[in-house]
Design a protein. Structure first.
Ligand code: TRP
Length: 383
């Protein structure tokens, strides 16, 4: 039985935020430490980022380092996980080109994630005044390139957020089509979704569905303790909870959604002081007790927010400390990326060789060349 292999990654279009942390980074580190995987590949998807940032390569270039710093400071360990840069593995581009023949335009058009992203980026307008209107072909093909990313490393397991589900489904279809057409070469991967629903998609601090840089509702992994406190202070809660004594709603209350994602056993003991006030004090043992009190009334937003700030800063502090140290050793970070890219290229080249052999486009492999020459010579000798 072959070992399990992980491949996953992020587009380097900005610093990573705590939504990335609960949605993927924390899990990746756990998977890394679990010992259940033979190999782990973490890819900085710069080529994919360029599919909708072709005019801004500098942004992508800058963010490669930001993402690498975030990875390493969260605990991804280059001795256990291969961290690499997508564009440095040219084998991926070649695989993409062959896979393109196995997917129809109509099938990509039905991909819900592609549809949503096209709308978001205004790629659906064909009559726009500037040359941004319309869909870049490279962007349109990114689900196919993502299939190349995953299959090149023979990944069995792809830990991603639920927005990536249609991508993994599309990859599985490509694998099945390839194997049926050319022989059993590619591995069909499984998606691994976050376990906890609050982690599936952490809302922005304003309560909007998604954290996004353009909405200005993110808490970044690199934010200082003061920035985190200020952002939590301004966080969306229950607009109907006007007086402390009023009953409050927990559902849709961002503070509680974040607590669902971040609160761990022991936090009530360690940060219990947050619930000691001049007017009222509480002693909770778990999140359910705290929620019950909020629903009943009497528990104010300020206490809840102080508790959340304490938990967030407790989680983020070690990450900040490691990030500060790494920022002082940039040559090391680039060395990690270079070594990771070299290692990743080896496996991708191996898979590409298998793919070429299966497609019979390996004309100059020594045995094949001999056979080809013999076959074609005979054809002409008998003519
Ligand atoms: N599309 C992913 C994202 O936007 C990034 C990505 C590119 C990826 N290639 C991948 C994720 C392969 C998992 C597997 O976050």
């Amino acid at each position: 039985m072959m070992g399990k292999i992980i491949l996953t990654g992020d587009r380097p279009t900005g610093r990573l935020h705590i939504g990335h942390y609960v949605g993927s980074l924390r899990r990746r580190v756990e998977l890394q430490e679990s010992g259940a995987f033979e190999k782990i590949f973490i890819m900085i998807a710069d080529a994919q980022a360029l599919t909708d940032n072709a005019d801004n390569p500098e942004k992508v270039r800058q963010n490669i380092l930001e993402v690498a710093l975030d990875y390493l400071s969260c605990g991804l360990d280059p001795k256990k996980s291969t961290i690499f840069i997508q564009s440095q593995i040219s084998e991926l581009t070649e695989l993409t080109f062959y896979y393109m023949n196995l997917v129809t335009v109509q099938r990509v058009q039905r991909n819900p994630t592609v549809k949503a992203e096209m709308l978001l980026r205004g790629f659906n307008d064909t009559e726009g005044a500037d040359n941004k209107a319309g869909t870049p072909v490279g962007f349109f093909c990114y689900p196919i390139s993502q299939a190349a990313d995953i299959t090149a490393f023979r990944a069995t397991t792809v830990p991603v957020g639920e927005d990536q589900e249609p991508m993994i489904e599309q990859t599985r279809e490509i694998v099945r089509k390839f194997n049926a057409t050319y022989g059993p070469v590619l591995v069909e991967p499984d998606i691994l979704l976050p376990e906890n629903s609050a982690c599936l998609r952490l809302p922005g601090t304003d309560g909007k569905a998604k954290m996004s840089k353009s909405l200005g509702n993110c808490i970044y992994l690199s934010d200082s303790a003061e920035e985190v406190a200020a952002k939590v202070k301004g966080m969306y809660t229950d607009p109907g909870h006007l007086q402390v004594s009023d009953p409050g709603k927990v559902e849709g209350n961002t503070v509680f959604t974040y607590l669902d994602a971040f609160c761990r056993p022991g936090d009530f003991e360690r940060f219990g002081d947050c619930f000691k006030g001049r007017k009222s004090s509480f002693e909770f043992h778990d999140l359910d007790e705290m929620k019950a009190q909020y629903r009943a009334g009497g528990l104010g937003d300020v206490m809840c927010k102080n508790f959340l700030t304490a938990i967030l800063n407790d989680t983020l502090e070690p990450i900040r400390v490691r990030r500060k140290a790494l920022e002082q050793d940039i040559p090391y970070v680039y060395e990690v990326l270079r070594e990771g890219s070299d290692k990743a290229r080896e496996l991708a080249a191996d898979t590409l060789a298998d793919v070429r052999r299966a497609m019979k486009i390996n004309y100059f492999d020594p045995e094949i060349l001999d056979e080809l020459v013999r076959e074609q010579s005979e054809k002409y000798a008998n003519a």
